[in-house]
Design a binder for this molecule. Sequence first.
Ligand code: 3PG
Length: 206
Amino acid sequence: MFLSQLSHQKVLPVLVLETKEQADWVGGCFVEAGIQHLEVTLRTSKALQVIEHLNRNFPELSVGAGTVLNAHQIQSAVDAGSRFIISPGATDKLLESAQDCPVPFVPGVMTPSEAMRARDYGFGLQKFFPAEAAGGIALLKAMGAPLQDIRFCPTGGITLSNMADYLELNNVPVVGGTWLVTPQALADNDRQAVVSRLNELHQALA
Ligand code: 3PG
């Protein structure tokens, strides 16, 4: 279900939001663009409140937590109403505690062994991170031959200019990235900058 929704959306925006005010205008942009699933990283002090706020005030959105690094953060993210949880990595402790996670959990991997271990724990959709630095499309293609049942969401260095090449791969139903909402756009409260990037995305996916 979650995988098919993400496959349909094709791009999972990754947001680093500091305040509910930012969340309000950014959330509005995504609602207007018809993009439902958003990842809000737990990299700011108010991230959990932002996730709660977005899910409560924008019923059209489904907001999950990203940059979840340990069992404690899984619990906090679930308590805040996160609709899904994404990690840049996959420690044993994290994979074990994610077994009881009531919402979809996406571990982060970069090598075949990491992907196989996460698969052993039952996670067939994995974040491939940091995608470009790790070897990008060539590595994902190579991993796809032996690891046929694993699906990857490459993240890290994905932009409008390379996303289509990733999405052409059989094992890549969705890509993730921060490029749609830049730190500069947030600092300037530049709604138009975000709308422009969303328009570009819309055209690229058409
Ligand atoms: C993440 O948290 O998923 C990454 O920081 C996203 O990488 P990007 O900024 O290169 O899109």
